[in-house]
Design a protein. Structure first.
Length: 248
């Protein structure tokens, strides 16, 4: 009687399964898929049933560095990170032998394929767009396995040293071009203001004389031993006219 009780206790203990909240237990009965159970406590038939635990938590997959030749024939090295999780535990067990390795391989091939279709400038400036395209392609490929790819991010793009020097020189030339344009625009605006001021002063001869005297005052304020300044010929017209009348 004791032996029977012990056997029953062993069978009962071996038939009990406890699955965590983030897990599912995929049950096979005599090789046939029964389905996924959990979370919590449930029973299986010893010897007849076989259970495979599957985690439903998000997996962070580091995509290894890939050597890619862009559309404009520039060799680059690119790595990425892929976030995915199992949505259907039964399909993740039945449809693919190892969903993690399979997702990694699809991510690597897709990364090389997508970056090979774009130019280097787009790889550097349109990362968000490329990330979205990678996510859509990989998610479509892994959907039959019950795997959902939620995000793909390009982490680093390594350029050849020669290309880095060329891009640095291009950026410096662009900065010089912008500086020259700004200086030219400043000179153009200054010339417009000077032309407007000259037009206003030309309409008032007294203003010209006042400006002349103001300039002389500024020159005299400096520590100069000798000051040379032009003498307007208009100041001499009165004396020249007087001499002519006397000679007559």
């Amino acid at each position: 009687m004791v032996a029977v009780l012990i056997i029953l206790a062993v069978i009962l203990v071996s038939s009990v399964r406890i699955v965590n909240e983030y897990e599912r237990g995929v049950i096979f009965r005599l090789g046939r898929l029964v389905g996924a159970k959990g979370p919590g406590l449930f029973f299986v038939i010893p010897v007849i049933d076989r259970m495979t635990r599957m985690s439903l938590r998000t997996v962070v997959l580091d995509v290894p560095e890939q050597e890619v030749i862009t559309k404009d024939n520039v060799p680059v090295k690119v790595n990425a990170v892929c976030y995915f999780r199992v949505m259907d535990a039964s399909r993740a067990v039945v449809e693919v032998q190892n969903y993690g390795i399979a997702t990694s391989q699809v991510s690597q091939t897709t990364l090389r394929s997508v970056l090979g279709e774009v130019e280097l400038d787009d790889v550097l400036s349109e990362r968000e767009k490329i990330n979205k395209k990678l996510q859509n392609i990989i998610d479509t490929a892994t959907d039959p396995w019950g795997v959902k790819v939620s995000r793909v991010e390009i982490k680093d793009v390594q350029l050849p040293e020669q290309m880095q020097r060329m891009m640095s020189a291009q950026a410096e030339a662009e900065r010089d071009r912008r500086a020259k344009i700004i200086n030219a625009e400043g000179e153009f605006q200054a010339s417009e203001k000077l032309a407007a001021a000259a037009e206003i002063i030309s309409k008032n001869p007294v203003g010209i004389q006042l400006r002349y005297l103001h300039t002389l005052s500024e020159i005299a304020s400096e520590n100069n031993s000798t000051t040379l300044f032009p003498f307007p010929i208009e100041f001499m017209k009165a004396f020249i006219s007087a001499d002519k009348e006397k000679n007559k």
